[in-house]
Design a protein around this ligand. Sequence first.
Ligand SMILES: Nc1ncnc2c1ncn2[C@@H]1O[C@H](COP(=O)(O)OP(=O)(O)O)[C@@H](O)[C@H]1O
Ligand SMILES: [Mg+2]
Length: 309
Amino acid sequence: MAYQNIVETKELVKSYGEKNVVDGISLEIRRGECFGLLGPNGAGKTTTMKMMYGSAQIGGGEMYVLGLNVREHIREIKSRIGVVPQEDGLDPDFTVLENLLVYARYHDIAPTEAMSRAQELLKWLRLSEYAERAVETLSGGLKRRLTIARSLLNNPELVILDEPTTGLDPQARVWIWGFFRELKKQNASVVLTTHYMEEAEQMCDRLAIMDHGRILAIGTPADLIREHAGREVVEFECKAADVNYYLGRLRAAGLDHQVINDTISVLVREGQDSKAVLDLISGDRITLRRPTLNDVFLKLSGHQLRDEA
Ligand SMILES: Nc1ncnc2c1ncn2[C@@H]1O[C@H](COP(=O)(O)OP(=O)(O)O)[C@@H](O)[C@H]1O
Ligand SMILES: [Mg+2]
């Protein structure tokens, strides 16, 4: 069936009790793109995704997945998408292969087809040697790979992944990033959530930055950075008592800046000169760095993506 956008929402709302945890989200996710929802814990990422795959009912507004209204066609949608939930949901008593076969049965995939597809996916996710292992003996990274294999059993038109790399060691994360690149080469549409800005920057064609159930900005990582954080960041530490002095100087020079504790970050825009910034400041540990999505998030939300204060 022809559809332009793999996911489309209009003023999507979900409330628990008095609170709108998804508070009027409108977005269009295109076919074939890897789209990210980036935001801190509690931003509403999981709830938004759960509404896409029918694990939470939509509260208000509209949502279409594969061109189908989720209010009317959630069964068909479920049969044509793959989901990697935040909690793996693997059966610890079964082997790796059995987990795939049980899931395939649950999804009405014929047994012979299920077996060949399972073998194919074990190979693709480099899990063949673990096929007979009990799931509970696997590392976190291997479990996540198995959950990804499981989500692909039905040849989904869209794969939805909720924090696919959270809690994994760096090596396992990098492995999964590499796998996503392969998946993308096959023109799969991918929607993922993450609170790792590096991941969002590397993996996503476009992303929505979320906080408190709302979208603060949508765009390609490069465009978001250019628009909201600029070209370069000059960062320096100063004494708490001097912060206002420096901020006054930067403001007078028309330089955008943000402050975390005693560290001042100057957002140098296109056409501005970072050397001119150096004339205005002094202090310890002056560094020059590339702006990141964390700078964008801080700029838009007033707080940091990672709550490590
Ligand atoms: N089933 C639920 N009942 C009540 N509150 C919920 C439920 N699910 C999520 N929430 C609340 O909704 C907010 C958003 O949660 P969630 O979508 O899981 O955010 P994220 O995935 O971005 O961390 C949080 O404040 C969370 O506590
Ligand atoms: Mg979540």
